[in-house]
Design a protein around this ligand. Structure first.
Ligand code: ADP
Length: 161
């Protein structure tokens, strides 16, 4: 049984994240989407809201579960009985940061392995921050997030969808 943990802030979940989740669910027997509660990031949506939004989008993937974590990611990964982290890579701009994180987690966690999935190129420019800014200014975010997430953004930020 190969289990992987896909950690992130998911504030909110985008079509890019969903693409990575779908790919991960095909590669691993079990995929745990782990939502970080990192308060330094001051997320727009609460931990509970972010988890619910993800849960609603993956109902067709029986081997995907949603959880939250705080503290060191490597400790959380161990506590779930695995050593595999899944991360997404968009462009070369992600590479430096992800490379640093992967090697740091390996140093901290011993045999921790980070596996990277590349989202489809149509999502490679997407990030949650940009989507929040578009929603805030009343732009249409439906190409970037699912209808339910677009509605949640509209309710929270007051943009037009
Ligand atoms: P974090 O705050 O940990 O970076 P994010 O929610 O921003 O959390 O991202 C979680 C993971 O998903 C990261 O590995 C990030 O590179 C990846 N990711 C985010 N958006 C995309 C996308 N559009 N395509 C591929 N990977 C993505």
């Amino acid at each position: 049984m190969k289990t992987a943990v896909y950690p992130g802030t998911f504030d909110p979940i985008t079509r890019g994240h969903l693409d990575v989740i779908r790919r991960g669910s095909h590669i691993f027997d079990e995929l745990i989407v782990a939502v970080g509660s990192n308060p330094h990031k001051k997320p727009l949506f609460s931990l509970q809201e972010r988890m619910e939004m993800i849960r609603a989008e993956v109902t067709d993937l029986p081997n995907v579960s949603i959880d939250s974590f705080e503290g060191l990611l490597v400790d959380y990964v161990r506590s779930r009985g695995t050593n595999i982290i899944l991360r997404g890579i968009r462009t070369i701009a992600d590479f430096d940061y992800e490379f640093q994180m992967a090697l740091t987690n390996r140093k901290l966690g011993g045999d921790i392995e980070t596996v990277f999935a590349m989202a489809s190129e149509e999502y490679s420019f997407l990030n949650s921050q940009l989507i929040k800014e578009i929603a805030e200014m009343g732009g249409d975010v439906t190409p970037f997030v699912t209808p339910a997430v677009a509605r949640a953004l509209q309710e929270r930020l007051g943009g037009t969808v």
